[in-house]
Design a protein around this ligand. Structure first.
Ligand code: ARG
Length: 461
C-alpha cells in the first residue's frame, strides 16, 4: 500500500503520469543527510514545547540516527512510490520507529520550509568544497607565475601586440577574478546563512516552536524575518548559481588562452601528455581537450543560471511547485565544477611555458611605440604630438619592414628633432616593463609584490 502525505482528503493514489512527473528523488536524494539533520533539530523544538515527552524525543532521535546510518550505508533508498526526499525519509523513519511515534514529527513544519532550508544548508557546504578546488587552481597559476620569473611576453589588446608584460603578470591576471569569485561566495554565505524552518507552509506555525533554535542547530546564523519570503524566495540559490557560472566563465577565459597558446603558430605552451588527448585518425595530434571542455562547460553552466532565473521570474507568492526546479541547475553546476576544476588545475600545474619564444616575440609588432611617446612626454613634448611622432616611426618601420629598434640615429632625427639617440634605452622590452612601476603595473618589482599579495589572499581563505 502506498504511503501518502495527504491521504485524508483523497480517494485514490496519483495517476502514473502525475507520479512520473512529480518525482524528484533521483536528484534531491543528495539532500537526505541535511533533511535528517533538520528533522532532529525540529524534534528538539517539539520537545521544548512539550509536544514530545522525553521518551518520545529520545525514540525519534534514535530512529533518525538509525535512518542516517541506513542512508549512509545505502541500506535505505527511495522507492518508486516516494515522491521526494522528504517523503522517502518519512517512510524510512516510520519503518524504524513505527507510525505512532514517527507520525508526530511532521507537526509544525511543511516540506516548503524544509526544502527552502535544506537547499541552503547543502549549498553552503558545497560552496566550501568548490572554494578549496578554486584555491588549488590559484596556487597552480601562482606557482607557474613564480617559475616564469621576470620573463616577458607580448601583452595584447584586440589580440594585437600592444605592450610587453611579464608572463607572471599575465598569469596572475587570471588569479584575481577567481579570488573575487571566492570573495563573492563568502559574501553570499551571509545571506545563505538564514534558516527558513518555522515558516511552515507559508504563514508560520501555531505551535510556539523556536525557529532560531532550529537555525542554530543547523549551523545557520539566524532564521528568516518573513515566513512567506522564507518559503518562496530562491534568490539565494540564483546568486549561488551566478557565482558558479562566473567561475565557469573565468575558467573558460583562462582556457581559451591556453588553447591559443598551444597552437603551432603561438607555440607558447606545451601541455603535458597526461592532460592532452590524441586523434583517432591523425597520429600527430595532441589536443587541448581539457581547456576546450572547460570552455564548453561554461556555456552549460550559464544555461543553468538562465534556466533558473527564467523559472523564478513569473512566480507569485508564496510556494509554487515550479520551485522544485531550482535544484537540478545548481546541482549540475556543482557536479560540473567538481570534475572540471581538478582537470584544469592539473593541466595548468603540468604545462610547460616556452619562455624564450614568448620573450622573442615580445618586442615585435611595434609594441614599444608607447614607450617612445612617453619618453617624449617626459622631455616636455605634449602627448598629442608625442603620439604623432611615435606613429611616424612606426610608419617608417612598416615601409621598410624593420622594427623600431632598427631605426638609425639619423632616421630618428629626421622624424623629429626631439628623438635624440638616448631614446634607444626605452626600446628594450626590459626597459619597457621596468618603467611601468606604478601599483598594479608590470614592472618586475611590482609583480613580485603582487604575487606575494595574491598568495596571502589565497592563504587567508
Ligand atoms: N519537493 C518539493 C521541492 O523541491 C518540496 C515539496 C513541496 N511540495 C508541495 N507540494 N508543497 O520544492
Amino acid at each position: 500500500e502506498q504511503l501518502s502525505l495527504w491521504g485524508g482528503r483523497f480517494q485514490g493514489g496519483p495517476a502514473q503520469a502525475l507520479a512520473a512527473l512529480s518525482v524528484s528523488t533521483h536528484f534531491d536524494w543528495r539532500l537526505a543527510s541535511d533533511d535528517i539533520a533538520g528533522s532532529k533539530a525540529h524534534a528538539t523544538v517539539l520537545h521544548d514545547v512539550g509536544l514530545l515527552d522525553d521518551a518520545q524525543f529520545k525514540g525519534l532521535v534514535d530512529g533518525l540516527e538509525e535512518l542516517e546510518r541506513q542512508v549512509q550505508s545505502g541500506q535505505f533508498r527511495p522507492s518508486d512510490s516516494d515522491e521526494d526526499v522528504h517523503t522517502a525519509l518519512e517512510r524510512g523513519l516510520l519503518e524504524i520507529v513505527g507510525p505512532e511515534l514517527g507520525g508526530r514529527l511532521r507537526a509544525g513544519r511543511s516540506r516548503n520550509d524544509q526544502i527552502a532550508t535544506l537547499i541552503r544548508r547543502y549549498l553552503r557546504r558545497e560552496s566550501r568544497h568548490i572554494c578549496r578546488l578554486v584555491l588549488n587552481l590559484c596556487e597552480a597559476l601562482l606557482s607557474q607565475a613564480h617559475s616564469a620569473g621576470t620573463s616577458i611576453m607580448p601583452g595584447r589588446t584586440h589580440m594585437q601586440h600592444a605592450q610587453p608584460v611579464l608572463v607572471a603578470h599575465q598569469l596572475a591576471a587570471h588569479v584575481w577574478p577567481l579570488l573575487r569569485d571566492l570573495d563573492r561566495l563568502r559574501d553570499w554565505d551571509k545571506r545563505a546563512s538564514i534558516s527558513a524552518y518555522g515558516s511552515g507552509a507559508l504563514a508560520g506555525n501555531t505551535l510556539g516552536l523556536d525557529p532560531q533554535k532550529v537555525a542554530n542547530d543547523l549551523g545557520f546564523s539566524d532564521s528568516v524575518e518573513n515566513s512567506i519570503d522564507g518559503t518562496s524566495s530562491r534568490d539565494i540559490v540564483a546568486e549561488f548559481s551566478f557565482i558558479m557560472a562566473m567561475i565557469g566563465v573565468d575558467l573558460s577565459r583562462l582556457c581559451e588562452e591556453i588553447v591559443i597558446w598551444n597552437t603551432k603558430e603561438f607555440d607558447y605552451v606545451q601541455l603535458d601528455d597526461s592532460f592532452s588527448t590524441g586523434s583517432s585518425i591523425m597520429p600527430q595530434k595532441k589536443n587541448p581537450d581539457v581547456a576546450e571542455l572547460a570552455r564548453g562547460k561554461a556555456g552549460r553552466m550559464i544555461g543553468d543560471l538562465t534556466g533558473l532565473l527564467a523559472t523564478l521570474k513569473g512566480l507569485p507568492l508564496a510556494y509554487n511547485r515550479d520551485l522544485q526546479e531550482d535544484k537540478e541547475p545548481v546541482f549540475d553546476q556543482i557536479d560540473t565544477l567538481d570534475i572540471l576544476l581538478p582537470a584544469v588545475t592539473g593541466m595548468v600545474a603540468t604545462m610547460k611555458l616556452n619562455l624564450p619564444r614568448m620573450e622573442q616575440l615580445a618586442p615585435q609588432g611595434f609594441s614599444l611605440a608607447t614607450d617612445i611617446a612617453e619618453w617624449l612626454v617626459k622631455r616636455g613634448v605634449p602627448f598629442r604630438d608625442a603620439h604623432e611622432i611615435s606613429g611616424a616611426c612606426v610608419q617608417v618601420c612598416e615601409r621598410q619592414g624593420i622594427e623600431l629598434s632598427d631605426l638609425t640615429d639619423r632616421q630618428f632625427k629626421e622624424i623629429s628633432e626631439y628623438l635624440e639617440p638616448e631614446v634607444r634605452k626605452v626600446l628594450t622590452i626590459q626597459g619597457s616593463v621596468a618603467a611601468r612601476d606604478g601599483r598594479g603595473g608590470t614592472a618586475p618589482a611590482r609583480v613580485a609584490e603582487q604575487l606575494d599579495r595574491a598568495r596571502s589572499v589565497v592563504e587567508e581563505f
